[in-house]
Design a protein around this ligand. Structure first.
Ligand SMILES: [Fe+2]
Length: 248
C-alpha cells in the first residue's frame, strides 16, 4: 500500500429535541389511567446513536393501495359518514417528509373499536376494522378514505365521552421521529370535558384539530378534513462534530 489514506468517518444527522415545556406530560391527574403508567421519576433523554438516527426499513411494498381505504372491508361498505382525511407530514423546518409510514386506527361510526377490550353496547360493523396505513409521497402527502368515528364512553369519570378522534402513528426518517398522536375534528362539543385533549398544552391544542376542507370535499361522496403533521426533530445536513454526546 502506498500513499496516505484519509480516515473515513461515519457522519450522522442529529435531531433537535423538543423542550420540556412543549411536551405533553406523560402523567396528567385528570386522565386517571396515566397515574398507573406514568414514570415516577423524570425521564432521562438518551443520546442519539446509530440506532436512533438511522431510518427504519419499513418494506414499503407491503403497503397496498387498499390499505388507505378503510370504508371497504370484507367485501362490503362500512356504515357511516364517509370522510377523506388528508394532509402532509412535515419536519420541524416545514419540509415535507416523503416515504413516512402513516398508520391509523379508529372507532367505527357508532364509537366502537373492533377490540377485545371494547364491549360497550354499540354495534360492530362487519365491514369496518378501523385500521389503515399509507406511505407519504414525494411531497410528504398522505390521505385516507374512512368514516367519521363516533364518540365513545371510556369510564375515566362519570359520563366521560371521548371526542371523535383518529389515532395516528408515524415513522419519519429516523426512529427518533416516531410520533403517536390523535387527530380531532373541529368544534367538537366534547373537548371541554376530555382530559386527554386537555393534557395537551393549551398553545398546542389547535395543532391536534383537523380543518374542514370544502375544496377537497367530494360532491355526492365524502366530506374532507385536512391535517398536517409535524414530526419532532429536524433533518440537518450531515455534519462532523465531536462536541457533544449526541452523535456516535
Ligand atoms: Fe381512541
Amino acid at each position: 500500500m502506498t500513499g496516505t489514506t484519509s480516515e473515513s468517518r461515519l457522519i450522522l444527522p442529529r435531531y433537535l429535541r423538543e423542550p420540556a415545556e412543549k411536551r405533553t406530560p406523560v402523567g396528567f391527574p385528570d386522565y386517571r389511567s396515566t397515574a398507573l403508567r406514568a414514570p415516577l421519576r423524570t425521564p432521562v433523554d438518551l443520546p442519539h446513536r446509530l440506532t436512533e438516527v438511522t431510518g427504519p426499513v419499513l418494506g414499503e411494498d407491503r403497503v397496498l393501495p387498499q390499505d388507505a381505504d378503510l370504508t371497504l372491508r370484507n367485501g362490503g361498505e362500512a356504515i357511516g359518514q364517509r370522510i377523506l382525511v388528508y394532509g402532509r407530514v412535515l419536519d420541524s423546518d416545514g419540509r415535507p417528509v416523503p416515504d413516512a409510514l402513516v398508520e391509523v386506527w379508529q372507532a367505527n361510526a357508532a364509537g366502537r373499536y373492533r377490540h377485545v377490550a371494547d364491549n360497550w353496547p354499540a354495534p360492530l360493523d362487519p365491514h369496518f376494522d378501523g385500521l389503515g396505513r399509507v406511505v407519504t409521497d414525494s411531497l410528504g402527502r398522505y390521505e385516507f378514505m374512512t368514516v367519521k368515528p363516533g364518540a365513545y364512553p371510556w369510564g375515566n369519570h362519570h359520563n366521560a365521552w371521548r371526542p371523535a378522534h383518529i389515532h395516528f402513528s408515524l415513522f419519519g426518517r429516523a426512529f427518533t421521529q416516531r410520533l403517536v398522536t390523535q387527530m380531532y375534528f373541529p368544534d367538537d362539543p366534547l373537548f371541554g370535558q376530555d382530559p386527554i385533549f386537555n393534557a395537551i398544552p393549551p398553545v398546542a391544542r389547535h395543532r391536534a384539530v383537523s380543518r374542514y376542507s370544502l375544496e377537497r370535499t367530494q360532491d355526492n361522496w365524502a366530506l374532507a378534513f385536512e391535517w398536517d403533521i409535524v414530526l419532532r426533530g429536524t433533518d440537518q445536513t450531515p455534519f462532523e462534530t465531536d462536541d457533544d454526546g449526541d452523535v456516535a
